[in-house]
Design a binder for this molecule. Structure first.
Ligand code: AMP
Length: 282
């Protein structure tokens, strides 16, 4: 695996290959990241992964400084997974000294959910991903459904800014307990880890209940279902930032006519904010 540190090195590596697949990450790699790499490998032989903890997408008081950095272990995992190149830029290389140019997604996509809970977050994500896309110019780029709103922002970004890149969405990788893998799970105590499994349990039950509904009795809106699921999580000790049933493509609140729904949840387990979601296709 080649370790590339500068923009010029990435461009030179890129020139030698017809098609490349790209997997951007913030490191502390787990099986979720590796499932993105496996999906990338299925598309083409040359896979490039980036590891960069992007300060621009962290808000004040968030975990930028404590975010887990495990570069040696990450490199071993990427080697074993057959990754061709690792892009490891520094903050200085990506942003320099000047105030960054920002890529600002439309409010319809980032005005709610994580966008309103974390002001500036998706501007930071869209900006760094735009830079990576211009540097790497990949044929394919893989993103996890774990960060569902982020995936929608990236899909919209590629369409709006005419990137010639095929975005590959990848399903959520979970522990046997159902807990969605995340670098932030490392912050959980044993007890919290146990509690955290309730999120996916609640999502699964909600999906079963909705799929069991006779089509004629689907509700006008899903507020009652959202409130019930939220209450269960609150009783389990979570502080629920949102639990919302949305249409998969637009992320607007789901209504009776929608066939493809996604239940999105962000909830704090102790101090750790966890994200999860489940798709429902009638
Ligand atoms: P991160 O390092 O957290 O920025 O994540 C990098 C990429 O991995 C993003 O596209 C995430 O959506 C994806 N990802 C993180 N956790 C998972 C998971 N459990 N399953 C699938 N993809 C994931």
């Amino acid at each position: 695996m080649k370790v590339l540190k500068s923009v010029a090195e990435v461009r030179q590596w890129r020139k030698a290959h017809d098609e490349v697949a790209f997997v951007p990450t913030m490191g502390n790699l787990h099986a979720g990241h590796l499932s993105l790499v496996a999906e990338a490998k299925r598309r083409c032989e040359n896979v490039i992964v980036s590891i960069f903890v992007n300060p621009l997408q962290f808000g004040e008081g968030e975990d930028l400084d404590s975010y887990p950095r495990t570069i040696e272990a990450d490199m071993e995992k990427l080697e074993s997974a057959g990754v061709s190149a690792l892009f490891l830029p520094t903050e200085e290389i990506l942003y320099g000294e000047d105030a960054p140019f920002l890529v600002v997604p439309p409010k319809s996509l980032i005005g709610e959910l994580c966008g309103s809970d974390r002001p500036g977050h998706f501007e930071g994500v869209a900006t760094v991903v735009t830079k990576f896309f211009n540097i790497v110019t990949p044929t394919y780029a893989c993103f996890g459904k774990k960060d569902y709103q982020q995936l929608k922002v990236i899909e919209a970004l590629v369409a709006a800014l005419n990137f010639d890149i095929k975005i590959i969405p990848v399903d959520i990788e979970r522990e046997e307990s159902g807990l969605a893998l995340s670098s932030r799970n490392g912050y959980l105590s044993d007890e919290e880890r146990q509690q955290a499994t309730k999120i996916s349990e609640v999502l699964k039950v909600l999906r079963e209940n909705l799929l069991a509904l006779d089509p004629a009795s689907r509700p006008e809106n899903y507020h009652a279902y959202e409130n019930e699921a939220r209450t269960i999580l609150e009783r389990e000790g979570f502080v629920v930032d949102y639990l919302s049933i949305r249409e998969q493509k637009t992320l607007q609140l789901a209504t009776q006519k929608d066939q493809h729904l996604v239940v999105l949840v962000a909830a704090k387990c102790g101090k750790t904010r966890l994200l999860d979601n489940i798709e429902i296709n009638y």
